[in-house]
Design a protein around this ligand. Structure first.
Ligand SMILES: [Zn+2]
Length: 161
C-alpha cells in the first residue's frame, strides 16, 4: 500500500521505529455475550517486538450478526405496528357501535342491553388479542437465555459487503 505524506504512519513510542500496519479481523463477545466479529481492524505493531502495538477500530465494521436476530427484530417491529393498528381500529369500532346504539331509537332497556353486550364483546376480543401475545413474550424471554449461549454457525453468518 502506498504511503502518502499525509498518511502519517505511527511510530513506536519505545524504540521510534515505524510500526507495521496490518488489516485484521477481530472477534469478541458483545455486551450481551453474543459472538461478534469486526472486519477492517487495523493492527499496528512494532517491528522490533515492543509491547506498543494497538488496534485501530476507526474503519472497522461488525459482521456476522446472526441473520435470525435481524429477522426477529424486524418481525417484532412489524407485530408492534400491527398491534397498534388493530388497537386503534378496535377502539374506533367500539366508539362507532356505542354511538350507533345511542342514535337508533330503542327502548331504554334494549339500548342498555346492547351497550353491555357490545362492551363485553369488545373486551373479549381485546383480551383474546392481548393475552396470547403476552404469553408468547414471556415464553420468548425465557427461551432467549440458552439461545444466546450457542455459538453462531458459519452458515448463518453474513458475508461482508
Ligand atoms: Zn518498538
Amino acid at each position: 500500500m502506498v504511503q502518502w505524506p499525509w498518511q502519517r504512519r505511527p511510530v513506536c513510542r519505545i524504540c521510534g521505529a515505524d510500526m507495521t500496519r496490518e488489516t485484521v479481523a477481530y472477534s469478541a463477545p458483545d455486551a450481551e455475550g453474543r459472538p461478534r466479529r469486526w472486519e477492517g481492524v487495523v493492527q499496528y505493531s512494532c517491528p522490533n517486538g515492543c509491547t506498543t502495538g494497538f488496534l485501530d477500530f476507526r474503519r472497522a465494521f461488525v459482521v456476522g450478526e446472526p441473520s435470525s436476530d435481524r429477522r426477529l427484530r424486524r418481525q417484532q417491529v412489524a407485530w408492534t405496528v400491527t398491534g397498534i393498528l388493530v388497537a386503534v381500529g378496535l377502539v374506533a369500532m367500539y366508539v362507532l357501535f356505542m354511538y350507533a346504539i345511542a342514535a337508533i331509537p330503542l327502548a331504554g332497556a334494549v339500548r342498555i342491553g346492547l351497550w353491555v353486550a357490545t362492551t363485553v364483546g369488545f373486551a373479549t376480543v381485546g383480551a383474546l388479542l392481548v393475552l396470547p401475545a403476552r404469553r408468547e413474550r414471556i415464553a420468548a424471554a425465557s427461551a432467549q437465555a440458552p439461545a444466546a449461549a450457542t455459538p453462531v454457525s458459519p452458515g448463518s453468518r453474513q458475508t461482508p459487503a
